[in-house]
Design a protein around this ligand. Sequence first.
Ligand code: SAM
Length: 219
Amino acid sequence: MNLSTIQKRLFAWGMSRANHADTQNISLRGCANHNNFASLKQDLLSDLQGTVLEIGAGAGANFSKYNPSIHWIGIEPNIFMHNYLKEEAQRQGFNNIELHQGTAENLPLGDRTVDVVVSTHVLCSVSDPDRSLQEILRVLKPGGKLVFLEHIAAHSGTTTRLLQDSIAPIWKALFDRCHPNRETEKVLENAGFQTVQNAHFELDFPVVSPHIAGVAIKA
Ligand SMILES: C[S@@+](CC[C@H](N)C(=O)[O-])C[C@H]1O[C@@H](n2cnc3c(N)ncnc32)[C@H](O)[C@@H]1O
């Protein structure tokens, strides 16, 4: 087993442990309507309907928030996540999920086939965020939406940004290519959605505290 395989296994195990974390205890700062992570996620995910594609679905942390009537399709490149994800899906009453090993840059779905795409803490890790968003736009039906929750680069010149920039190489190696200083908000604004609405807030995490969450609508 090589180092990358060991890292992927460990990351999958870590993400599965995080499924059991009490997200009500993760507080948010500067978020108008929510004071904890669980309540924000509930608000973003619980009313989704139809065919929902989740990119970078990890170990299935979001199943507890969805309505089980949705048709859930997941894309997850790390094969070691898959069993954890399937177990979590079953625990939360999802018996008919469609899970693919793949990447957001090459979605194995037809044009205009999906009502909603969900991305939670994924655009920081994809190899090519611009291409991933073009793929999301391709598979979304007209009027479909991308629901996102992402950590972002802090404003340049701030201590947090200096820390993000200097720690980035180690951070990427430790957390499976997660970029702590990615300007995801700009990438979303320039992707070609009809509208992008998002709220800024901070999570009580070191380095990756600045966050955005919101909805981008395809014309
Ligand atoms: C920090 S985890 C977040 C997992 C999950 N979305 C959550 O909120 O718990 C980032 C996930 O993105 C996945 N990922 C990395 N590169 C990707 C890519 N190019 N396309 C899709 N998913 C990717 C990783 O394997 C991992 O499962």
